[in-house]
Design a protein around this ligand. Structure first.
Ligand SMILES: [Zn+2]
Length: 197
């Protein structure tokens, strides 16, 4: 085999593929986590905030909804505890995030169904929120792993066809015309099925 430089198109495609599979793996982990939080959200209201005075940033989950919230305590008074930055976790009985948020912040529906954004200035604190259904997070993070799965299965089918002397594209038996498919016209590199094995 001739040595290939990393900038060779085939090597670049390989890097692209490795990155794609890595991203799909990360996305799969996020998908599983989101599915877990989706189920948990019906058992408890949970919040995790990074409190770094005068700002706090965090996520809240309850009854199938996920809320991201940023509080900027511009007036330097309000609910913020002063002191070093820290994580703050709380768990409460579940409640409807949309209904309770609407009571204090005007929520605006976005073009995406089920996704609401809101902004309010309360007691010197600038509050910004976005609420999304957790199932949509599960769905979105599932797209990449699913496409990776399809791509892996396609790659396997392609390789199986090549090894059997068939066209990688349409599967037509090309043993009579190696490297070219007389059915669909595809030209391809013939796989050395033996490789001394
Ligand atoms: Zn073909």
């Amino acid at each position: 085999m001739r040595p290939r430089h990393w900038w060779h198109p085939r090597s670049m495609r390989r890097f692209g593929r490795i990155f794609f599979l890595f991203a799909a793996g990360v996305s799969l982990l996020l998908c599983v986590a989101a599915a877990g939080f989706w189920v948990r959200s019906y058992m408890a209201w949970e919040s995790l905030f990074w409190e770094d005075f005068p700002r706090s940033v965090g996520l809240v989950t309850s009854r199938g909804a996920l809320m991201a919230r940023v509080d900027d305590n511009l007036g330097h008074f309000g609910p913020f505890p002063s002191g070093p930055a820290h994580w703050s976790y709380r768990a409460l009985p579940t409640y409807d995030l949309r209904a309770t948020t609407t009571a204090v912040i005007y929520l605006r529906q976005t073009v995406v169904p089920g996704v609401d954004v809101g902004r309010a200035y309360m007691g010197g604190t600038n509050v910004r929120v976005i609420i999304v259904p957790l199932w949509s997070v599960v769905l979105l993070t599932a797209l990449l792993p699913l496409s990776a799965d399809v791509s892996i299965l396609r790659g396997r089918a392609r390789r199986r066809r090549l090894l059997a002397g068939c066209c990688p594209l349409c599967g037509y038996d090309c043993r009579a015309t190696p490297g070219r498919c007389s059915e669909c016209g595809r030209v391809f590199a013939v796989e050395n099925a033996g490789m001394g094995v």
